[in-house]
Design a protein around this ligand. Structure first.
Ligand code: OGA
Ligand code: MN
Length: 197
């Protein structure tokens, strides 16, 4: 996780997004997978909803995944990733004069047939989420399994396979994106760097 944060900040400031392949090694990925899958087996994941507060509803025509929120204090690789995000947050604040105050992070599991239609990562009327980070945890992902992240970059569209170790970062407000239907169980660790809401 010792990726050069200066380069990340530069890419976010200039392009608004970037992809880092091999952000984690196999051992680290296996540990995160194990944590997520044992949480899933223990029934700790909840069907993901859309909206917030009173308007929060489960809408399986919009998104079909289940999530498990992480604590602020996690052991192991999850804890290291949270610490890395905290450092990135501090450096972003210094370099770009932002006021990011926290990170939130959840595991997301898309079952076979799961998807998340085109959306922006903020609730209506809120712009608390400034940076989206997605770390994929699927080893040997095959193209025919689908489940790509499709990101709409103005006049071009990119598709990123949810291959283990890839870290994607983008400005939450700037880019619409979606998760294409997945033909296999698809696991990720997804989070946001937030301003005070
Ligand atoms: C999300 C999301 C994308 C992905 O959880 O908001 O867009 O590739 N996830 O998992
Ligand atoms: Mn999203």
């Amino acid at each position: 996780m010792l990726k050069e944060k200066t380069a990340i900040i530069e890419a976010l400031a200039n392009e608004g997004w970037l992809v880092i392949p091999d952000f984690l090694n196999t051992q680290q990925i296996l540990q995160l997978r194990e944590q997520a899958l044992s949480g899933y087996a223990a029934g700790k994941f909840k069907q993901a909803s859309v909206g917030q507060g009173n308007s929060k509803t489960i809408q399986t025509e919009i998104r079909r995944d289940a999530v498990l929120w992480l604590d602020d204090h996690e052991a192991g690789v999850a804890g290291e990733f949270l610490a890395w995000l905290a450092e990135l947050r501090t450096e972003l604040n210094q370099a770009l004069f932002l006021s990011l105050v926290e990170a939130e992070l959840h595991f997301a599991l898309y079952p076979e047939g799961g998807f998340y239609r085109k959306h922006i990562d903020n609730f209506r009327g809120s712009s608390a989420r400034l940076v989206t980070v997605i770390l994929y945890l699927n080893q040997d992902w095959q193209p025919e399994q689908g489940g790509q992240l499709r990101i709409y970059l103005g006049n071009e569209v990119r598709e990123i396979a949810p291959q283990a170790g890839i870290l994607v970062l983008f400005l939450s407000e700037r880019f619409e994106h979606e998760v294409l239907p997945t033909e296999a169980e698809r696991l990720s660790l997804t989070g946001w760097l937030r301003r005070r809401s």
